[in-house]
Design a binder for this molecule. Structure first.
Ligand SMILES: Cc1ncc(COP(=O)(O)O)c(C=O)c1O
Length: 397
């Protein structure tokens, strides 16, 4: 069923000269089941994090029936793969033609918005449909998140009451949604945001049918050790129960990263060493965009004989393109004597890594194999009473 047991078996069998993506279906299944069993509402997968058809199929078969799509391309992709899935078009700024196609051709009934302009677009494009769930996105702080999403979208406190009242006129179901920023390192991100929801409901006096707490649920990376996800779910559940909303109101979330970070890793080959710089065959224009552009540290493991390692050192990476910006500062901890011809596995790349590959400079494709071993780290494998997860506790080396 699996192509290989692990990364070492892949390189022994194939001695690859190109980078290779390793897929772990079991990790994605476990993440999906965890959300379905523990989050006390509906979990809507944010397709943006990783749109691979193989992953989408795994999530669907594991019980994820709702998908957060952000473009007409994602709408078409998911509708094509999953004719019976429920699609929620949660980008607050859409073209009118995208809204019309989503509504009339693909059965999309849920849309988000953060301005009166967008509301008018939705009304025109759907011909004032009477069966819409409309979620007003409000601005909340990203202070607890590693990656801010506070600047671009969301109605601010001054405009939200008016917008909620206007949206209530068109919506069959009225929702409020937000995004606390990606990789939120504290459950307080959600309790703080729920306070903004409470204020918006009180200021507008509207009946709210949906509260959508968005994405932001963390995975685990070197130097980023989040509390147990169940703590996040409890905080959200309690805050939801406390809101002035009807008994029939629904709670939604839109996890991206947390559902797929553990799904994929990458095997790279060292083509050259210059001091503490390693020239590898994947990079900023491949699966390592975040490592290059926002300094995200991914875990690494040397794929060789562990017994010969005397000490580790910190290294930076250069990717394969002829571009100075194709540089990942790290530091990535690897054997001090690593060199040309050695292989490295880079873990936790299932979210926003594989999804951002480009073909720049002719380095686009990777071979993909499924493997049956565990991901380098997991937020899903610890015991109920563990508090903080640390990458180091799960590291292979
Ligand atoms: C509207 C929306 N929902 C959900 C997500 C997924 O966020 P995350 O991967 O942090 O869970 C994103 C990501 O940017 C988003 O824009």
């Amino acid at each position: 069923m699996y192509d290989y047991p692990n990364a070492l078996a892949v390189i022994r069998a194939t001695q690859p000269d190109e980078s290779i993506t390793l897929l772990r279906p079991d990790a994605a299944k476990r993440a999906a089941r965890f959300f379905i069993e523990n989050f006390s509402g509906k979990s809507i997968y944010a397709v943006k994090a990783n749109p691979s058809p193989d992953l989408i199929q795994i999530l669907w078969e594991s019980g994820i029936t709702h998908y957060d799509v952000a473009s007409i391309g994602e709408v078409r992709l998911i509708r094509n793969l999953l004719p019976d899935a429920v699609l929620c078009f949660m980008h607050p700024v859409k073209s009118e033609s995208a809204i019309a196609e989503a509504y009339h051709q693909h059965g999309v009934r849920t849309f988000s918005l953060d301005t009166h302009d967008e509301l008018a677009k939705i009304a025109r494009a759907t011909h004032n449909a009477a069966d819409l769930d409309l979620c007003v996105r409000i601005q909340v702080s990203s202070e607890h998140a590693e990656l801010s999403l506070a600047a671009k979208f969301g109605a601010d406190a001054d405009e939200v009451a008016d917008l909620l009242v206007a949206t209530r006129q068109l919506a069959d179901g009225l929702g409020i949604c937000f995004h606390v920023g990606s990789q939120a390192m504290s459950p307080n991100a959600y309790s703080d945001a729920m306070e903004r929801v409470r204020e918006a409901i009180i200021a507008s006096s509207v009946t709210v049918d949906i509260v959508d707490v968005g994405g932001g649920f963390p995975s685990v990376y070197p130097g980023m050790s989040p509390p147990d996800l169940r703590q996040y779910f409890n905080v959200i559940h309690d805050a939801f129960e406390d809101l002035p909303i009807s008994y029939s109101a629904e709670l939604w979330c839109e996890p991206g990263r947390a559902l797929c970070a553990e799904y994929a890793s990458l095997i790279v080959k060292v083509e050259k060493r210059r001091g503490h710089e390693l020239f590898i065959n994947d990079g900023a224009y491949g699966s390592l965009f975040d490592a290059a552009h926002i300094g995200w540290r991914f875990p690494v493991a040397y794929l060789g004989d562990d017994n010969t390692i005397e000490s580790h050192d910190g290294f930076s990476f250069y990717g394969p393109t002829c571009d100075d910006m194709d540089h990942m500062a790290g530091p990535f901890m690897l054997p001090a004597d690593i060199g040309s011809g050695d292989y490295i596995e880079i873990g936790m790349l299932g979210a926003y890594g594989c999804a951002m590959r480009t073909g720049f400079n002719g380095f686009g494709e990777t071979l993909r194999y499924t493997v049956s071993d565990a991901p380098m780290a997991s937020v899903y494998s610890r015991q109920e009473n563990d508090n903080v997860i640390s990458f180091e506790a799960f590291s292979k080396s």
